[in-house]
Design a protein around this ligand. Structure first.
Ligand code: MG
Length: 165
């Protein structure tokens, strides 16, 4: 019997500020400024988590990890992803593929695709060939185009094991 398939889509955006580290997929990227947020503001992982939760019809990361809760202040997003993946396993889902697009005018992200993919593969226990990380610029248009922040979108395909009766 074919696996029960679910698609999820996630989006997030964070603005830049000085005095912050730029963390994407858990990888620290040298840029001289970083993204602002209640957690470490890893916009890539936030989009990935929103996609995973979306595919499970489980709301979004704001519902699961409210930024009004001091427990999540400064928390690494890798830890939040670990919790989302625990929920995924409890619900008998597995990740089949993940495709991420970052939208950033600066810095150049292509040199970091490999490390970001490797980190995601390790954390999600997923073959790197099932993961894609890529980026586009905004061609100078709007706030992202003015390099005021970074946006990320993610699409994920989940499979759910059917219960045996
Ligand atoms: Mg966020």
């Amino acid at each position: 019997m074919p696996e029960d398939l679910r698609i999820g889509h996630g989006f997030d955006v964070h603005r830049f500020a000085t005095g912050r580290k730029l963390i994407l997929a858990g990888v620290e990227i040298p840029h001289g400024k970083g993204l602002v947020g209640h957690s470490d503001a890893d916009v890539l992982l936030h989009a990935v988590m929103n996609a995973l939760l979306g595919a499970m019809s489980e709301g979004d990361i704001g519902v699961h990890f409210p930024d009004s809760d001091p427990a999540y202040k400064g928390i690494p997003s890798t830890e939040l992803l670990r919790r989302v993946l625990m929920l995924l396993r409890r619900r008998r889902f597995r990740v089949l593929s993940l495709d991420v697009t970052l939208v950033a005018e600066r810095p150049k992200l292509a040199p970091f695709y490999g490390r970001m993919k490797k980190n995601l593969a390790a954390q999600m226990k997923l073959d790197a060939g099932r993961i894609s990380v890529k980026a586009a610029t905004a061609e100078g248009l709007g706030a992202i185009g003015a390099a005021k922040g970074i946006a990320a979108t993610a699409v994920v395909l989940l499979g759910k094991r059917r219960s045996t009766r």
